[in-house]
Write a protein of this length. Structure first.
Length: 276
C-alpha cells in the first residue's frame, strides 16, 4: 500500500478559502459548478468538485426567467440552504442577487449576514469592480468571505444589451485589470472572470495573489466554472463556444420518462417483483 501523501484537491477533507489559495500557489486547477438543490448538491459534492456556486442563474435554470434579475434574496437563501444540507466537502458560495447590495455597503452587509445565518453558506459572491470595492471591504471586515465577479456580469445585461465577449477594447481591458486589483485589495478571496479574451484573463491571473475562476475566459486561469444543467446537457438551447457537455441528460431523461409512460399504459409496470 502506498503511503505517499496526497497533494491535490482530494487531500482536503473540507475545502475552505485557504484551500483555494493553496491550490493556486501549487498550480492545481480549481473546479467549480453550480447547484441549486439538495439532490444535485449531494451528487456534485460526492464527485469531488471544490466549490459549489449557488448562482443567481437559478432565476434562469430553476424558475425559467429570461435574466437573473427577478430572483430575490429570500429565494437565494432557500436554494442555498437546500444545497448546504447536501454538502460535506465543497466550499459553498452564494450569489448576492440583484437589488440586495447595490444600494450601499450597509444593505450589502445585511444581505450577506442573512445568507450566512439563514442558509449556512460559506461565502458570498457579488458583481462589479472599483464601484463595489468599499462594499466588499465592509462585508469582509465583518468576517464574511467575498468572491468577486468581473467581465460579463449578468446582472448588468440590460446595460450591456448583449451577452457578447467583454473587454476586447484596450480601455475596457485596462479597467478590468484595475477592477481586479481593487477587489483583491478590498479583500476578495477569489474572482470569477466571465467571457473575456483568454489573453486578458491570463494577464489578470498573473497579476493577482488570489485565485481566478474562469467561464469563457480560456485555460490560463486558476480554475473553471460551468452551470451544472448546461454541462449535463439538460439545457440544449444554450450553446456558447466555452460550453462542453459532459452528458446528454436532455435526451436521456425524456427517453426514460417515455419508457415509463409506455410501461404504465401497457401494464408492464409494476411487474410481479415490484409488488408487495
Amino acid at each position: 500500500m502506498s503511503t505517499q501523501k496526497k497533494s491535490g484537491p482530494e487531500a482536503f477533507k473540507k475545502v475552505t478559502t485557504h484551500t483555494l489559495a493553496e491550490l493556486k500557489h501549487s498550480g492545481v486547477r480549481i473546479s467549480m459548478l453550480t447547484a441549486y438543490d439538495y439532490t444535485f448538491a449531494r451528487l456534485v459534492d460526492s464527485a469531488g468538485v471544490d466549490v459549489i456556486l449557488v448562482g443567481d442563474s437559478a432565476s434562469n435554470v430553476m424558475a425559467g426567467h429570461e435574466t437573473t434579475l427577478p430572483i430575490t434574496l429570500d429565494q437565494m437563501i432557500y436554494h442555498a440552504s437546500s444545497v448546504v444540507r447536501g454538502v460535506d466537502r465543497a466550499l459553498v458560495v452564494v450569489d448576492l442577487p440583484f437589488g440586495s447590495y447595490q444600494g450601499n455597503p450597509k444593505e450589502a452587509l445585511n444581505s450577506s449576514i442573512r445568507i450566512m445565518k439563514e442558509s449556512g453558506g460559506h461565502a458570498v459572491k457579488l458583481e462589479g469592480g472599483i464601484e463595489v470595492a468599499s462594499t466588499v471591504a465592509r462585508i469582509v471586515q465583518s468576517g464574511i468571505p467575498v468572491m468577486g465577479h468581473l467581465g460579463l456580469t449578468p446582472q448588468s445585461i440590460y446595460q450591456f444589451g448583449t451577452y457578447a465577449v467583454r473587454a476586447k477594447e484596450n480601455s475596457e481591458a485596462s479597467k478590468l485589470l484595475e477592477d481586479a486589483l481593487a477587489l483583491q485589495e478590498a479583500g476578495c478571496f477569489a474572482l470569477v472572470l466571465e467571457k473575456i479574451p483568454a489573453a486578458l484573463a491570463a494577464k489578470v491571473t498573473a497579476s493577482l495573489r488570489i485565485p481566478t475562476i474562469g467561464i469563457g475566459a480560456g485555460g490560463d486561469v486558476d480554475g473553471q466554472v460551468l452551470v451544472l444543467h448546461d454541462m449535463l446537457g439538460m439545457n440544449t438551447e444554450f450553446n456558447p463556444r466555452f460550453l462542453r457537455r459532459y452528458a446528454q441528460l436532455g435526451e436521456l431523461i425524456p427517453e426514460a420518462i417515455r419508457q415509463y409512460v409506455s410501461d404504465v399504459r401497457d401494464q408492464k409496470f409494476p411487474n410481479d417483483q415490484e409488488r408487495y
